[in-house]
Design a protein. Structure first.
Length: 92
């Protein structure tokens, strides 16, 4: 990595560490006035990809949190039916 890359890495670390790395590449780039590609390159070179929060993606016009809750509720409903069947002695 070049000295410039190390300097950018320090700035990224300096920004992200107090936040507990709870930020996306876009948020880092906006805060530091850098291009997202530059941030992505430096983060990948330093092996920090796993530390950063991934951006939320909307699916089917739903809010990402709503989609996750919907999916969790469907799984819970299925597992609850199975648990009740086991408790009651029924077979499925």
């Amino acid at each position: 990595m070049t000295p410039r890359g190390h300097a950018i890495a320090f700035r990224i670390w300096q920004f992200c560490r107090p936040l507990g790395w709870d930020c996306t590449r876009r948020e880092i780039a906006d805060a530091l006035g850098l291009h997202v590609g530059t941030v992505a390159h430096v983060v990948a070179a330093k092996g920090w990809d796993g530390r950063l929060r991934t951006p939320s993606v909307q699916r089917h016009g739903r809010d990402p949190v709503d989609f996750t809750l919907y999916f969790d509720n469907e799984l819970d409903r299925f597992s609850n039916r199975q648990a009740m069947a086991q408790v009651m002695g029924a077979s499925q």
